[in-house]
Ligand binder design. Structure first.
Ligand SMILES: *[C@@H]1O[C@H](CO)[C@@H](O)[C@H](O)[C@H]1NC(C)=O
Ligand SMILES: *[C@@H]1O[C@H](CO)[C@@H](O)[C@H](O)[C@H]1NC(C)=O
Ligand SMILES: *[C@@H]1O[C@H](CO)[C@@H](O)[C@H](O)[C@H]1NC(C)=O
Length: 442
């Protein structure tokens, strides 16, 4: 019944041509952008809003839909549906697509048309999944690219710099989904960022960054070590700071969650078979290192300024970050009374009781043996011309990099102390002398 309902009432996306009137179409939403505001040139002082989405009604046909209007209309329309839901659109305006210009920013669609929605003429209705044909619903698991047209994570890493800036497809499993971080840019725009860690048979951890709410929302629905994704048209770049390749979700990107393809099923079997090992192998993700792009830290502080800011920040849970030019005035690694190396649980990252060798934090829930690893755990004093910061924590990888020595097994460590060193490098003498002599006014 659902089938005849669909075929009788709606025009197929494959049959659309420019300027067709009185149209009614149905499709599943496979991609969606955030709402953006632009200054209205005709109405100085006011803003026009827009967002786009992509709908699909068959394995081969999908189309990009753009809507413009005032803030209320666009925001409520955008809030009314999500990726994975089906919508019925009545009276959209059909226009011919300007392929070259548009596909730079939007998903490459097989249709030669695009749809425009206007508040006065078009309507969008979200339909319940019970009303629609299961054939339509199953399209959400079909990648928009040929199922074999992707790079493995190992290929990307192996190709390195040569893939920098390229837009490619990736098939991978989700290892972890980071907490979304919200921030305000220097020009007072709101921003957000979420880092997803991917893995596959060839690579144990690979970062994919989401900068828009829609992809962050989608990522929040993924299950670590269970979800496989096919991300079409992600941008690959080389992260100079971490010396690693990363993928970024852009406006062209369409992500298919749990793709129904032979290649994805092979990967799914792999992650199921290797699940146990992965849990133990899983790197302990340090809150600090995972969520912060050191390149974004630009504020320079003196010790005194840091103390003042810390006082103002008291009671707020959010940490703040900065650069400090200072001397390491205490680095006590010989004193037997202070511990320099600690055992941490490789599953949860908490410090393990010296005598016990097993983790009491996460072992409460499980009888399974959790292995431990060694991690530096030091307290250092940092001094500049304005004062000294006592007991700053220097742990895990940062400590290993700073001291230039490492354990056989290197892991990241969690830290709960107030001041943490994210990176410690010799500074340029001229740059440092400028800050240490107090000439800089920040
Ligand atoms: C749709 O196309 C417009 C350009 O016409 C683009 O700005 C937008 O990002 C596209 N969005 C989606 C989801 O296809
Ligand atoms: C929509 O309709 C309203 C009221 O009829 C009118 O004021 C407005 O200009 C129309 N907007 C567009 C984009 O046609
Ligand atoms: C993204 O979500 C945050 C938090 O809900 C919100 O403050 C922000 O305005 C949203 N941004 C966009 C572009 O929708």
């Amino acid at each position: 019944m659902a089938n005849s309902f669909a075929s009788r009432t709606f025009t197929a996306l494959s049959d659309l041509y420019p300027n067709m009137a009185n149209l009614k179409i149905i499709g599943i939403v496979i991609g969606k952008t955030d709402v953006k505001g632009f200054p209205d040139r005709k109405n100085i002082g006011s803003e026009r809003y827009t967002f786009s989405f992509t709908i699909r009604d068959s394995p081969t046909h999908f189309i990009n839909v753009t809507s413009w209007g005032d803030e209320d209309y666009i925001k409520s329309l955008s809030d009314s549906f999500r990726v994975g839901e089906c919508v019925i659109i009545e009276n959209p305006l059909i226009q011919k697509k300007e392929i070259e210009r548009e596909e730079k920013f939007s998903p490459a669609t097989p249709s030669s048309c695009k749809l425009l929605l206007s508040e006065n003429h078009s309507t969008v209705k979200v339909c319940s999944c019970y009303e629609v044909d299961t054939k339509l619903l199953s399209l959400i698991h079909l990648p928009v690219k040929e199922s074999r047209d992707y790079y493995s994570l190992g290929d990307i890493v192996a190709n390195g710099h040569s893939l920098n800036g390229r837009i490619i497809n990736v098939l991978a499993a989700v290892r972890s989904v980071g907490e979304p971080k919200y921030f305000t840019t220097s020009d007072r725009r709101k921003g957000q960022r979420c880092e997803v860690k991917l893995y596959d048979e060839t690579e144990s951890s690979f970062a994919m960054i989401c900068w828009d709410n829609e992809s962050i929302l989608l990522a929040q629905s993924w299950m670590p070590q269970e979800t496989v994704i096919f991300a079409s048209d992600v941008r690959i770049s080389f992260d100079k700071f971490w010396n690693r390749m990363t993928a970024t979700v852009i406006s062209k990107t369409i992500i298919t969650t749990n793709p129904d393809t032979p290649e994805a099923n092979i990967l799914l079997n792999f992650i199921r078979e290797n699940k146990e090992i992965n849990v133990l192998d899983n790197e302990v993700d340090s809150y600090l290192k995972e969520s912060i792009n050191l390149n974004t830290i630009v504020d320079v502080y003196t010790v005194e300024q840091l103390k003042v800011k810390a006082l103002k920040n008291e009671g707020k849970s959010d940490p703040f970050f900065g650069i400090l030019y200072a001397y390491i005035s205490t680095l006590n690694i010989d004193d037997e009374t202070t511990k320099v190396i600690r055992k941490r649980c490789s599953s949860c990252g908490y410090i393990v009781n010296e005598a016990a060798d097993t983790c009491t934090t996460c072992n409460k829930a499980s009888l399974e043996f959790k292995s431990v690893f060694l991690s530096f755990d030091m307290l250092i004093d940092l001094t500049d011309h304005t004062g000294t910061l006592h007991s700053c924590s220097l742990t895990g990888n940062v400590a290993e990099e700073t001291l230039g020595c490492t354990f056989v097994l290197s892991h990241r460590a969690k830290t709960g102390l107030k001041i943490s060193v994210l990176s410690c490098k010799l500074s340029e003498p001229i740059e440092a002398s400028r800050h240490l002599s107090g000439q800089s006014h920040v």
